[in-house]
Design a protein around this ligand. Structure first.
Ligand code: ATP
Length: 232
C-alpha cells in the first residue's frame, strides 16, 4: 500500500466488527487485529449480535456470547466491546446499529464495517443492505474457502454492481471519506469457524488453540456446546 500518506489522528476511522461470535475464535481476532493495523483504525468495536435475523438461533445466550467476546478482547488496547445489539429486543439489524453509530460519531468520521468474504457474498440478503454504504465503508477480509477468484461467480448481480463501482484500489482512501467504499484485504488464512469449534465440543474433542484459553475455560466451566443442535 503506497501512494497515500496517512497520519492517524482524531478523525481516524473506527472499525466495526459484528458477528454471532458463537463462540469468538482466533479467526475473528486475527481479522480484527490485521485490518485495524493495516488500515490504521483508531479502534475496533466488537458488536456481538442479538437475535440473528439470518441464521438459526445460537445455542448459548446472547449474554454468554458477549461475555466470551469480553474475555477474548480483554487487554487489547485497540479493541472495545459494544453490547447494544445484545441489549436490543427484537431482530438485530446491522442497519439500525450503523444508524446509531453514525449519529454518535458525527457525519464526517469514517466508519469501516469489517467482515469475512463469506459474509460479504451474502450481503444482498441483509435488511436494507444498500443503505449500509451510505453509513460505512466495507472492509472484506479473505477467508479460506472463499478465494477472491471465485467471488464473481458467487456474487449476485446487484452486489456485483455495487462491488465494481465502490471498490477502492487505494485502501487508505477510507480515511478520506466517511462511508461508501469497499476494500478487500488479504489476512492470515486461518481456517477456523465457530461451527467447527461447536462440533469439536459436542464430540468431546478439545478445540484448544483455535480460540483463546479464557474463552475455552468459560465454555468448559459453564458446560456450553455439549450437544450439537445443528445451529449453523
Ligand atoms: P459459524 O461457523 O457459526 O458460521 P463463523 O466462524 O463464521 O461462525 P461468525 O460470528 O458468523 O463466525 O462471523 C463473524 C464475522 O467473522 C463474519 O464476517 C465472518 O465472515 C468472519 N470470520 C469468521 N471466521 C473467520 C475466519 N476464520 N477468517 C476470516 N473471517 C472470518
Amino acid at each position: 500500500m503506497t501512494g497515500l500518506q496517512i497520519t492517524p489522528g482524531v478523525n481516524a476511522p473506527i472499525g466495526i466488527f459484528g458477528g454471532t461470535f458463537d463462540p469468538v475464535h482466533h479467526g475473528h481476532l486475527r481479522l480484527a487485529q490485521e485490518l485495524a493495523e493495516t488500515l490504521r483504525m483508531a479502534e475496533v468495536k466488537f458488536i456481538p449480535g442479538g437475535t440473528p435475523p439470518h441464521r438459526a438461533q445460537p445455542q448459548v445466550s446472547s449474554l454468554q456470547r458477549l461475555e466470551m467476546v469480553r474475555l477474548a478482547t480483554a487487554g487489547n488496547p485497540l479493541f472495545t466491546v459494544d453490547d447494544r445489539e445484545v441489549r436490543r429486543s427484537g431482530p438485530g439489524y446491522t442497519i439500525d446499529t450503523l444508524i446509531e453509530l453514525r449519529n454518535e460519531v458525527g457525519a464526517s468520521r469514517p466508519l469501516c464495517m469489517f467482515m469475512g468474504a463469506d459474509a460479504f457474498l451474502e450481503l444482498a440478503t441483509w435488511h436494507r443492505w444498500r443503505e449500509l454504504f451510505s453509513l460505512a465503508h466495507l472492509i472484506v477480509a479473505h477467508r479460506p474457502g472463499f478465494a477472491p477468484e471465485s467471488w464473481p461467480q458467487r456474487m449476485p448481480q446487484p452486489l456485483a454492481r455495487e462491488y465494481e463501482s465502490r471498490l477502492l484500489h487505494q485502501p487508505f482512501a477510507v480515511h478520506l471519506s466517511p462511508a461508501g467504499g469497499i476494500v478487500t484485504q488479504a489476512i492470515a488464512a486461518l481456517d477456523i469457524s465457530a461451527s467447527m469449534i461447536r462440533e469439536s465440543l459436542a464430540r468431546n474433542v478439545s478445540p484448544r488453540y483455535l480460540l483463546p484459553d479464557p474463552v475455552l475455560d468459560y465454555i468448559e466451566s459453564n458446560n456450553l456446546y455439549l450437544c450439537n443442535t445443528g445451529g449453523q
